[in-house]
Design a protein around this ligand. Structure first.
Ligand code: UD1
Ligand code: UDP
Length: 353
C-alpha cells in the first residue's frame, strides 16, 4: 500500500521514527514534512539521530497564526497528495500538522490513521485538544497508546477501527536508551548526574503570558539544585520579548534545544523533571524520574495515578514546593505497551484494504 505520513513538529519526528521503519517493510511510504518546525535543532537533528528517512516533501510552512499555518499546510498538502495519490494517510499526535493532514485526507476521501489517538486533556482552551478531537473523528484507524485513550474514544462513540497498540514513544525510548547512555552530557553541559533538574516549557498558557512566565522563571531561580533548561524557540522568543531572558540565564543553565539522544541522556541523569510537555512526562515515567508538571491537567493520567507525576500548575510557591518535596513512592505499574507498538501499527496497516 502507498502511505503518506505527515509530520511537522519535533515530537512527530520522534513518534514517526519507529513507525516509519516498520511501515516500510511491506509498504511504500511518502514522508511529508509540513515545515511547522524548521530550525536545525527542532527538525534536521531528529532525522539524523533517529535514522528517519529524509522527507520526500518539505512544505516549508513555518510559524504563523494557527489558522494561517493550518490553512497553508492544507493547501500545500493537497497538491502533494493529488500528485502522489496515496492509498492511506498517517498522522501523529495533536499539532496543527496533524489537523492539516487529517482534513486533507478526509476531503480527498483517503482513509486516515491516527497514531496516538484518543488522548484527551478535557481542556478545550488547548489548541491540541481540538486537533485531537478532529483527527480522531476523521480517522478510519485509531492507534491508541493506552486503555484510557480507548475509553475516551468509547465515551465519544468512537469504537470502530480502534486498536490498543501501546505507545510508540515507549518503543523509541527503549530502542534509544543504550545510545543515550553513551552520550557525555554531564561533561558537555557541566552537570553532575543525580544532582540537577531538567526543565522544558512551551505551552502557550505558560509561556505566552508575561506574568505566568515570569512566575515560573522566578521559581526556577530559587531552586537549590541547578536546573538545565533546553529552551524551546517559542519560549525563547517570549523570554526575550518580555525582558526575562537575562534573568533566566542568571539562575539556570539555559541551553539550545538538544537532539533526542542528548535529551534522553539528560533526563536519565536528572533528579527530577520540570515540564509542561506531553512527551517528556511520559519519558520521565519510562525512566523512573519524578516529574513535576506545570499544568493543571494531563492526557497522561496514568503517570499521575501511579504517583510519579505531580500536577502543580504554575504558582511559584507550588512549583518550589514540588521541587523540594515531591517524592514518588512505590513501583511503576501502568502500561504503555510492550515496546512493539510500531510493529503492531504496521501489521494492521499491512492487512488494511
Ligand atoms: C507545536 C504544537 C504543540 C507541540 C509543540 C512541540 C500546535 C498547535 N502546537 O507548538 O502541540 O507540543 O509544537 O514542540 O501545533 N519556532 C521557531 N523555530 C522552530 C519552530 C518554531 O522559531 O523550529 C517558532 C515559530 O515561528 C513560532 C513559535 O516558535 O513563533 C511556535 O511554533 P509553533 O509550531 O506554532 O508552535 P509550538 O509552540 O512549537
Ligand atoms: N526533546 C528533545 N530535545 C529537547 C526537548 C525535548 O529531543 O531539547 C524531545 C523529548 O525527548 C520528547 C519530545 O521532544 O520526546 C517532546 O516534544 P515537545 O515537548 O516539544 O512536545 P510535546 O510532547 O509536548 O507535544
Amino acid at each position: 500500500m502507498k502511505i503518506a505520513s505527515v509530520v511537522g513538529a519535533r515530537p512527530q519526528f520522534i513518534k514517526a521514527a519507529p513507525v516509519s521503519r516498520e511501515v516500510r517493510q511491506h509498504n511504500e511510504e511518502i514522508l511529508v514534512h509540513t515545515g511547522q518546525h524548521y530550525d536545525d535543532n527542532m527538525s534536521d537533528v531528529f532525522f539524523e539521530v533517529l535514522d528517519l528517512p529524509r522527507p520526500d516533501y518539505n512544505l516549508g510552512i513555518g510559524g504563523g497564526s494557527a489558522a494561517w499555518q493550518t490553512a497553508e499546510m492544507i493547501r500545500a498538502l493537497e497538491g502533494v497528495l493529488e500528485k502522489e495519490r496515496p492509498e492511506f494517510v498517517l498522522v501523529y499526535g495533536d499539532t496543527n500538522s496533524t489537523l492539516a493532514g487529517a482534513i486533507v485526507a478526509s476531503k480527498m476521501g483517503v482513509p486516515l490513521g491516527h497514531v496516538e489517538a484518543g488522548l484527551r486533556s478535557f481542556n478545550r482552551a488547548m489548541p491540541e485538544e481540538i486537533n485531537r478531537i478532529v483527527a480522531d473523528q476523521l480517522s478510519t484507524l485509531l492507534f491508541c497508546p493506552t486503555q484510557t485513550a480507548v475509553d475516551n474514544l468509547a465515551r465519544e462513540g468512537v469504537e470502530r477501527g480502534v486498536h490498543l497498540v501501546g505507545d510508540v514513544m515507549y518503543d523509541i525510548a527503549l530502542q534509544s536508551a543504550q545510545a543515550a547512555r553513551s552520550r557525555d552530557v554531564s561533561v558537555r553541559f557541566g552537570v553532575t548526574p543525580g544532582e540537577y533538574l531538567l526543565a522544558t516549557l512551551h505551552r502557550p498558557g505558560n509561556v505566552d503570558d508575561r506574568g505566568v512566565l515570569e512566575g515560573i522563571v522566578r521559581a526556577f531561580g530559587r531552586s537549590r539544585r541547578p536546573i538545565v533548561f533546553p529552551v524551546h524557540p517559542r519560549t525563547r522568543k517570549n523570554l526575550e520579548a518580555f525582558g526575562l531572558w537575562d534573568t533566566l540565564r542568571a539562575s539556570v543553565k539555559a541551553i539550545e534545544p538538544v537532539d533526542y539522544l542528548d535529551f534522553i541522556a539528560l533526563l536519565m541523569g536528572a533528579s527530577k523533571v520540570l515540564t509542561d510537555s506531553g512527551g517528556v512526562q511520559k519519558e520521565a515515567y519510562f525512566f523512573g524520574i519524578p516529574c513535576v508538571t506545570l499544568r493543571d491537567e494531563t492526557e497522561w493520567i496514568e503517570t499521575v495515578e501511579d504517583g510519579w507525576n505531580a500536577l502543580v500548575g504554575t504558582e511559584p510557591e507550588d512549583i518550589l514546593d514540588a521541587i523540594e518535596k515531591f517524592n514518588p513512592a512505590g513501583t511503576k505499574s501502568k502500561s504503555f505497551g510492550d515496546g512493539h507498538a510500531a510493529e503492531k501499527i504496521a501489521r494492521i496497516l499491512d492487512k488494511f484494504v
